[in-house]
Design a protein around this ligand. Sequence first.
Ligand code: SF4
Length: 215
Amino acid sequence: MRATREKILEEAAILRSRFPDAKCTINFKNRFELLVCTVLSAQTTDKRVNMVSPSLFAAFSGPKEMAKAPLEEIENIIKPLGMYKSKAKSIQTLSKQLEGFGWQVPGSMQELVKLRGVGRKTANVVLTEGFSVPGFPVDTHVTRVTSRLRWHSEWNDPHPDPAVIEKELCSIFPPESWRTVSCTLIEFGREICHAKNPDCASCPLKDLCPFVKRG
Ligand code: SF4
């Protein structure tokens, strides 16, 4: 059975007290850099993105420059991130698409998800960090942790729909806390509730979690 609203709020508060400083760790100077770095962060860490992004933006400082850049040059810079061919294609194509927005990053979910490589998770990061519009990014950590804790109705599905998770969590938490809760879950997933071998022994939710009891 799905966790009750009260239990979810209680567990979220416990996690926040364990990770009080959890926040976005992508380094960026403007919305374009934020958008590109968030696309690049797929399947890797913000830390790794932060290592290559200064070189990338030194070479191609904005969407006009990135749109005209030789693809191989972008690929060479972002190679350490993995999936560099598809990521290079995405950031070059989305840069070209930004011409239709006056070379600016658009500020709505509807427009952002039209850009290549941008799904709801990336769009929510850009909206919250770049436009101060409340959003609840649901990444792989949020999906895994909230399934184990049964915070959403698709907890028993091996491939729950992130859009459903986002919608249900947004109905539980107030908009001003969406980003904080998301960041806290991401940090918790990275540090303790790992995909393989979660560190249940040191988990602050070990007495509340149905996954550990079952396992
Ligand atoms: S008890 Fe284990 S599985 Fe449950 S939330 Fe904590 S780390 Fe994850």
